[in-house]
Design a protein around this ligand. Structure first.
Ligand SMILES: [Cu+2]
Length: 218
């Protein structure tokens, strides 16, 4: 009997917790209706109240086969990000973006110190040795964000039930991020959905050097 009561109490507690959170599913497609991967969706509570975690978890931007992996990384402002190099050539990672100017000295393996992304905005990553290497760190001022997968969908889960302003960013986006704002009322908790159609610019690609060239030079 006691066990039954315990289960009933637990079930009730879980129910209450569930009702106290909201989740928003975002879908992003291009103007041809194709799903858009690597779009960052950010939700900002309209009342300005966000539960910011006391310590941001470290982010990782890897270098594999002379590319940044992942190509787009979204982090909360204040997050330290490591740039481990898994190639057998050295890289020299830098950014000139106003949100974070930095340059890691030419290195192999893992640099000792992470880079702390302390200002919101988009940080474009490059490598001084391999011109085709391009990556992005999206630094969010809100702790509620997610990146779309291959299906063009992103799930913002465990949100406090509130009304949110949502926006989306993608590296090839034709219009400014600010023009994508939408309001979603998730104040009652439970699931909600939002969708965008983005016009994308063609990806500017720098030709890769023939295989082995980077290796012989460095
Ligand atoms: Cu490189």
């Amino acid at each position: 009997m006691r066990a039954v009561l315990l289960y009933a109490t637990l079930a009730l507690a879980v129910g209450v917790v569930r009702a106290q959170t909201a989740e928003i599913t975002a879908s992003v497609t291009d103007d041809q209706g194709r799903p858009v991967e690597d779009a960052v969706v950010v939700a900002v509570p309209i009342d300005g109240r966000a539960r910011v975690p006391p310590r941001a978890r470290e982010g990782i931007v890897d270098q594999v086969d002379q590319e940044f992996v992942p190509k787009v990384t979204a982090v909360l402002v204040g997050t330290p990000v490591r740039f481990p190099n898994h190639d057998n050539v050295r890289h020299q990672v830098y950014s000139f973006s106003p949100a974070k100017r930095f340059e890691l000295p030419l290195y192999a393996g893992s640099p000792a110190e992470p880079v702390v992304f302390d200002k919101p905005g988009v940080v474009v990553l490059g490598c001084n040795i391999h011109d085709w290497m391009i990556g992005y760190v999206y630094v969010s001022e809100s702790p509620y964000f997610a990146k779309t997968g291959k299906d063009g969908k992103a799930l913002l889960a465990d949100l406090p039930p509130r009304a949110y302003t949502l926006r989306v960013w993608h590296p090839q986006q034709d219009a400014g991020e600010d023009t994508t704002r939408k309001t979603v009322d998730a104040a009652r908790g439970g699931p909600a959905a939002v969708a965008w159609t983005l016009k994308l610019k063609r990806e500017a690609k720098v030709r890769r050097a023939p295989i082995g060239e980077g290796r012989t030079r460095y």
